[in-house]
Write a protein that binds this ligand. Structure first.
Ligand code: ADP
Length: 354
């Protein structure tokens, strides 16, 4: 059985995904604007109460023992706060943080040079750690366990490796695909945290906090309307809030009312459940063209004019999670919730639509 936990998009879906307002990966210059909204201390990190309590204990113990904490693995879908938590850990421990990512490390030597320049206690954050090249992964196991790296000197038959002792440091790995990490690497982490999608109440708090930072005045109920459309994901919540801020600026609004949120986001074709144009096209096709399903993925994709991969990796995870769609052995089936959302009654309404 494949135990891989997959979140987010595959490479194939990535281009289409990066064009969507409801994408959970960063779009445009968001890596920069994400920065201004990041909380810097654990207290400011909203939601995920169990994870926060565990991490607090873990950090307090390290501080009391006066040693760098064990390595930490953060697993979960994009946009839920993995990078933010890594920054918070370094900040709470008052140590510097070095940031790299699996795809940025092309050769084991790249990683060896980063490791050999770390200071005592420093945090090394490796985003998308599941995408490290195999040789770099092997080098990392040893470094994480023995605080040693073997540096190759020379080339060809005369080459030799010189062991270099490293100071104690902490690796924080982030992954959207925990199952792709080889078990020896997974086993080197003393603490693994799984981030979950945020319930609406937590997203509301997060939106209120971000609105304060961005200087947006939200009326009662506006954060709620934004939260409903944010697909459980802080990055999407913050993005939608920025678009609502644009709306408020252009319309000279001092206070953003719930109706403003609805109108602003309807302009971007995001509906009351956070579904966008493509999600709705998929549901409409199943219901109106295939009587509610089951329909094979390829037929469905052809009907909405998208690649099968895009439908499968970009739309379906959220539709399945929210109970709009089921994947059955015979094909995709629209649930009763999907019919209701489209304002239709199962089967009886289909004939009316043609
Ligand atoms: P990831 O690394 O998991 O893709 P990030 O840490 O980059 O996600 O978070 C994306 C954005 O959402 C950032 O602007 C971050 O500040 C914000 N964010 C994520 N989680 C939280 C949280 N729990 N509280 C406050 N802001 C958050």
């Amino acid at each position: 059985m494949n135990d891989e936990m997959t979140y987010g998009t595959s490479n194939t879906g990535a281009n289409e995904e990066s064009l969507r307002m409801v994408s959970s990966s960063p779009i445009g210059n968001e890596p920069v604007s994400d920065e201004e909204l990041r909380p810097h201390v654990l207290d400011g990190f909203i939601g995920q109460p169990r994870l926060k309590a565990q991490l607090q204990l873990f950090l307090d113990a390290a501080r009391k023992r006066d040693v760098p904490p064990d390595h930490i693995l953060l697993a979960g879908p994009p946009g839920l706060g993995k990078t933010t938590l890594a920054m918070i850990v370094a900040n709470e421990l008052e140590v510097p943080i070095r940031v790299t990512s699996g795809p940025a490390v092309q050769h084991a030597g790249d990683l060896a040079s980063i490791l050999s320049s770390l200071d005592t206690g420093e945090v090394l954050f490796i985003d998308e750690i599941h995408r490290l090249p195999r040789a770099a992964e092997e080098l990392l196991y040893i470094a994480m366990e023995d605080f040693r790296v073997d540096v190759m000197v020379g080339k060809g038959p005369g080459a030799s490796s010189i062991p270099l002792t490293l100071p104690r440091f902490t690796v924080i790995g982030a992954t959207t695909r925990e199952g792709m990490l080889p078990s020896p690497l997974r086993a080197r982490f003393g603490f693994t945290a799984h981030l979950d999608f945020y319930p609406h109440e937590e997203l509301e708090k997060l939106i209120e906090r971000s609105a304060n930072v961005l200087g947006v005045n939200l009326d009662d109920g506006s954060a709620h309307e934004l939260a409903l459309r944010s697909r459980g994901t802080p990055r999407i919540a913050n993005r939608l809030l920025r678009r609502v801020r644009d709306w408020a600026i252009v319309h000279d609004l001092i206070m953003v009312r719930p109706d403003d949120v609805k109108e602003a986001l309807a302009l971007y074709q995001i509906d009351s459940e956070g579904l966008d144009r493509l999600d709705l096209a998929v549901l409409n096709a199943i219901v109106r063209n295939f009587g509610g399903g089951p329909v094979g993925l390829n037929n469905l994709a052809a009907m909405v004019g998208e690649e099968s991969e895009t439908v499968e990796t970009v739309c379906e995870p959220y539709l399945v999670r929210e109970g709009f769609l089921m994947r059955t052995p015979k094909g995709r089936v629209a649930t009763e919730k999907a019919w209701q959302h489209l304002g239709l009654t199962p089967s009886s309404d289909v004939s009316k639509t043609f």
